[in-house]
Write a protein that binds this ligand. Structure first.
Ligand code: ZN
Length: 54
């Protein structure tokens, strides 16, 4: 994919893409607020860092 973006628009484009990525993640598992891992919880805790989320 080729993007032709004015330099002054780059921040806005990146924000839009970031929001798109966030919405994609929200379709599945919510990302861990600590490490950002979007994986199924293990016994209510993040499978990566072990933070209790449920
Ligand atoms: Zn985590």
């Amino acid at each position: 994919m080729e993007l032709l973006v004015q330099e002054q628009d780059l921040g806005r484009v990146m924000a839009l893409m970031g929001r798109f990525i966030t919405e994609e993640v929200e379709e599945g598992e919510p990302p861990c607020p600590c490490c950002g891992t979007a994986a199924p919880l293990v016994k209510g805790a993040c499978s990566d860092c072990g933070l209790q989320l449920a």
